[in-house]
Design a protein around this ligand. Sequence first.
Ligand code: ADP
Ligand code: MG
Length: 257
Amino acid sequence: MSADPILAADVAAAPPTAIELVSVNKWYGDFHVLRDINLTVKRGERIVVCGPSGSGKSTTIRCINRLEEHQRGQIIVDGIELTNDLKRIDEVRREVGMVFQHFNLFPHLTILENCILAPTWVRKMPRKEAEDLAMHFLTKVKIPEQAGKYPGQLSGGQQQRVAIARALCMRPRIMLFDEPTSALDPEMVKEVLETMVSLAEDGMTMLCVTHEMGFARQVADRVIFMDAGQIIEMNEPNAFFSNPQHERTKLFLSQIL
Ligand code: ADP
Ligand code: MG
């Protein structure tokens, strides 16, 4: 399969370091939720993050597009350091697409309208161009024929693929996924994972929280295991799965594999 030319060009234009977290610490009140997180993600790298519930996976990726703020350390995304500067936060959010467990589509807008909303309002893209782009990405996620329907008329798997297409319509250089398949019926997981694999093949920089270890083996450059707010272990998938170094990683893998 040949790479998507639009995605490939956008990622190629990005700086060589996509995401850098340096000693990131975060508290929710008194609760120390992220403890010295250090992570560098290169352009085009695919990272899978796993770990028990409550370990700080969502908080970590939500800090990367400033849905949450960190209190100590540095987060640099696409060359821009996240501070309280709202202009920079907007710049980062324009470059970072996010897909959540729940699809968060606007129920009163058609699939096509969902896809063109942010490009026309935020990117000021002409409507025709935004529609063409939306159809390009709806075709990529294999549901162009659903463009005129409303989210409620689609299956969960289709809605999640729309959510991916909608994020791509902003021409992001980085895609963040937070358990994108965990709310889906089992028979729909595959179609969403296939979409994510095809994005990976296009060279997209991806940080994915998921427990789909088949996906991790297939596309991840590195797998990260988090527990209690820390990165416990990080390795390429073969070594990670065949030879985990830490007891907590072994225990976790024994529970999910
Ligand atoms: P994960 O995604 O790995 O399941 P989260 O990042 O969602 O973990 O949560 C990490 C910890 O922080 C959990 O103990 C959770 O209860 C807590 N937490 C998450 N969001 C908030 C919040 N907004 N306020 C207070 N505590 C929170
Ligand atoms: Mg989570």
